[in-house]
Design a protein. Structure first.
Length: 144
């Protein structure tokens, strides 16, 4: 099952690392403790809307951009069989293909590549790569 706090944390971490900034720099700018920001990025804590807005401001991002990215990732997960609801077995005609260690991959229109690693019946790691014509290739990692 996809946990929203993990997807939000992954999106925040991806933005911070994309700017090559440390947790300390962002936590100071957002006026939040380093440990708490770390827990948010790891998906252990769910930030309030005020705190999320402060973190986005510290990252120079709009809250709406971050939430759109999170929404897009959750929408991708909803389309993949077995990500939000555990699946016993995949039917032979499913477009996803299985690889070693429970990883299933799905590619859509050549613009989105998604792989899902089923860590346990209730935990999956979703990795999506989106190619946008106006931006460089981008990796978004989401754990659920």
């Amino acid at each position: 099952m996809i946990l929203l706090r993990r997807v939000i944390g992954d999106a925040l971490r991806a933005r911070r690392q994309g700017q090559q900034r440390t947790l300390r720099e962002v936590s100071t700018a957002a006026n939040v403790s380093l440990g708490y920001l770390s827990e948010i990025e790891r998906g252990h804590k769910e930030p309030s809307s005020e705190l999320l807005a402060a973190i986005c401001d510290a990252l120079g991002a709009r809250l709406s951009e971050l939430l759109r990215e999170v929404s897009d990732t959750v929408a991708l997960a909803e389309q993949m069989p077995g990500v939000l609801v555990p699946m016993p077995d995949e039917p032979a005609d499913t477009p996803a293909k299985s690889t070693s260690r429970g990883v299933r991959q799905l590619t859509s229109d050549g613009k989105v590549a998604v792989s899902v690693r089923q860590d346990s019946p209730l935990k999956a790691t979703l990795r999506s790569t989106r190619v946008r014509p106006t931006e460089r290739d981008r990796d978004v990692v989401c754990a659920a």
